[in-house]
Structures are given as C-alpha cells and as structure tokens.
Write a protein that binds this ligand. Structure first.
Ligand code: CA
Length: 225
C-alpha cells in the first residue's frame, strides 16, 4: 500500500514517516500544498494523510481539486483540536475521516486500515481468499490455519491483488506499491516477489496474464488461462 503524507511540520512529518514505514507502508512525504497537488496528479496512492494548514496552497484546496478530478483515493485529514470548522469543511470537501492533533499513532493507524479496507469494498478487517488469509492489523498471513511469514514487499505485492480477486494489476501498478522505500526497485522486482509468493502460498494463487500483469483469480477460472 502506498501513502501520500502531506505535512509541513518536520517533527510531526518525521514521526509519521517512521510510524507508517514501520507498518510497511510505502510513503511519499511532501511538505506543501503545491507539491501535494503535483504528487496527486502524477502518482497513484491508496490513501492520503492530509494536513490542512500548509504553505503555498491549503490542504482544503488540494482536497477540493482532487475531488473535482473525481479521484476516489481515501483522504484522512489532520486538524488542530480547536478547529471544528476545519473538520466540517474538510469532510464536506470530500475527506473520508479526520484525526485531531496531537493524535495517538495507534488510532491513526487503525483509521488508515479502516479507510483502506472500505475503499477496497470490504467491511471485514481480515480478508481471505482461496484459503489464504491476510490480517492487515497484525500483519499475519496464513494458508489454511498454518501461519506463513511474508516479507514486507511480498505483502505489498499480494495485498492489493488478494483484496480484489479477478482484477488484473499491471507490473507498474504493483511496482508503485513498492516505491517510497529508500532503496531502488530493480526492474524484475515484481516477478521476484510473485515467485516468492507462489512458493509460499501455492503456485496457482497468482496467475500471470500475458502482456497485462497479474491477478488472483476469483472463484471462476479467469478467461485468460
Ligand atoms: Ca501544518
């Protein structure tokens, strides 16, 4: 999962970056509204954590422009404790939820998981398909009842596909889930992680769709195989 963190306060930003990366999110951090707008126009994110008080262009304006483009990415706004008006304006401008500064990091992480779950069309916190179960809150994976250890990157590649069985993800889309970590992603990274996932979870869990990418098949066999 790839997140955009929009925060101009360096101390809060650093702390959030550490907390989100510790949860294995790929995170891009921008510090003003103009950069946030540019990032949202050019990159694809699973969630945006948006401070409202920002230099150059307010978070509210970034949010309004985002929704005007009909982007559906979940947006969690961060506001000051006494700024009830900001919270209302933010929600009415298309934010999905808010946290009040100073916020509890564990609560923030839970809200992020809930928003990502809802945006994937799921209500249940643990998701399971074809005997493979992922629990994003505990980051535990299992095949049947047997726990399986997945690396952070294997998880990042599998999670979007397992959330949307039957949907083809291009290699580029999956690579984007891996960006945000400091080191570069090699050109065959996705193939490497898919290979690892097949070894751990069964060879037929992830299908290759030639020329298009990969998918976790829904219960029906896909027409491409
Ligand atoms: Ca601020």
């Amino acid at each position: 999962m790839r997140l955009l963190l929009v925060e101009d306060d360096p101390m809060i930003g650093e702390a959030l970056l550490d907390a989100l990366r510790a949860e294995h999110y790929a995170v891009d951090w921008v510090r003003d509204g103009v950069m946030a707008d540019a990032a949202l126009r050019s990159e694809s994110y699973d969630l945006v954590l948006l401070d409202l008080g920002l230099p150059r262009c307010s978070g509210l304006d970034v949010l309004r422009a985002l929704r005007k483009r009909r982007a559906t990415v979940p947006v969690l706004i961060a506001t000051a404790r006494d700024a009830i008006g900001d919270r209302i304006a933010g929600l009415d401008a298309g934010a999905d939820d808010y946290v009040v500064k100073p916020f509890d990091v564990d609560e923030l992480l839970a809200r992020i998981r809930a928003l990502i779950r809802r945006s994937a069309g799921r209500a249940e916190p643990v998701f399971s398909h074809k005997g493979v179960t992922l629990n994003p809150a505990t980051r535990e994976a299992a095949v049947g009842n047997a726990p399986v250890a997945l690396s952070a990157r294997e998880w990042a590649v599998l999670e979007p596909m397992l959330q949307r069985p039957g949907v083809v993800f291009s290699r580029t889309q999956l690579e984007q889930k891996l960006y945000g970590w400091k080191d570069d992603i090699s050109s065959n990274a996705v193939e490497v992680y898919v290979h690892g996932l097949r070894k751990k979870l069964g060879s037929d869990l992830i299908e290759t769709v030639r020329g298009l990418g990969y998918l976790v098949p829904s219960f029906l066999r896909s027409p491409w195989t």
